[in-house]
Design a protein around this ligand. Structure first.
Ligand code: UTP
Length: 286
């Protein structure tokens, strides 16, 4: 039986160089999509998937992100007095327990996850990259939990990308594929399009077994001179089943400015209070 999952990790210690100067002192995961920071969407997705313990892997100068999930006593009081229940609910910390630790140097996503080793212990756990924002119902992690109960092991969220973009992603070498779940026999980080074993790319949602730490501990440096999560994941194949789930929904790469702008538009258009006015506003830009 698949080990239950209670813990989620949110690595937010990247440099965010594609978002300078905005990301100079503010983590890009705090940037708003309409009026809610990216990280809050990710935490809510995890909570809706049944997660009760949340760990932020932060870095110097990113204390605001942790503060965001604490009580803001004066603000809550003011909203209560004003009877603004909607705003009050939006600022309350999520139910569950919040933890944080620091990655002292941005040595790569694999290294950021390694910083969670003590927190995770011997349990299976989830990793969510908040700059991959996913519009889905049910949420992407919840869909992955369903797949995980079926197949166990390591499960990642996947989507097909145009072949010329494989050099931006971790790509699955597919052994078996039923159109929804693909079992991998290998993974390649950022392969050249000509060498990519498929076009099925890993996006920022992972359900992982604790065995991954045995490989992360080796701190081997890979693509981009960083300690890559994909490299350690690839090494677990053979020992632990590895599946990619084609989730139902739309993913926005909010780590780059075009994806971020598109997400703002898409989320605004979905909202009843904003959608019609945004549609009207956009007519002025054709
Ligand atoms: P990215 O690949 O988007 O890198 O990281 P980045 O450094 O944040 O951004 P650019 O490429 O310089 O613009 C994917 C996720 O992994 C986290 C990031 O915060 C982001 O959520 N990360 C990355 C870490 O926490 N630590 C790292 O050392 C690297």
């Amino acid at each position: 039986m698949a080990k239950p999952i209670h813990k989620a990790i949110f690595p937010v210690a990247g440099r965010g160089t594609r978002f300078l100067p905005a990301a100079k002192v503010l983590a890009k995961e705090m940037f708003p999509i309409v009026d809610k920071p990216l990280i809050q969407y990710a935490v809510e997705e995890a909570r809706d998937a049944g997660i009760g313990e949340f760990l932020f892997i932060t870095s110097r100068g990113k204390a605001a992100l942790v503060d965001h999930f604490d009580h803001a006593v004066e603000l809550e009081q003011a909203l209560r007095e004003r009877g603004d229940e909607k705003a009050l609910q939006s600022v309350l910390p999520p139910s569950g327990r919040i933890f944080s630790t620091r990655q002292q140097e941005p040595l790569g996503l694999g290294h950021a996850v390694l910083c969670a080793r003590e927190f995770v212990g011997d349990e299976a756990f989830a990793v969510l990259l908040a700059d991959d924002l996913i519009l889905a119902e049910p949420g992407c992690l919840k869909q992955m939990m369903g797949a995980y109960e079926e197949v166990g092991g390591n499960v990642v969220a996947c989507e097909d990308v145009p072949r010329e973009l494989t050099c931006r992603y971790g790509i699955l070498d597919v052994a078996k594929d039923d159109g929804r779940l693909a079992r991998a026999r290998g993974l390649v980080e950022k392969p050249d399009p000509a060498e990519a074993p498929s076009t099925l790319s890993i996006i920022g949602r992972y359900i992982l077994q604790p065995e991954i730490f045995r490989y992360l501990e080796r701190r081997e440096v890979g693509a981009g001179n960083e300690i890559q999560l994909t490299d350690s994941l690839a090494r677990t194949i053979g020992e632990i089943p590895f599946h990619g789930l084609r989730f139902q929904g739309k993913r926005f790469d909010c780590g780059n400015n075009l994806g971020f702008l598109e997400a703002n538009l898409a989320f605004a258009l979905e909202r009843q209070d904003l959608g019609p006015r945004v549609r009207e506003m956009l007519k002025g830009y054709r």
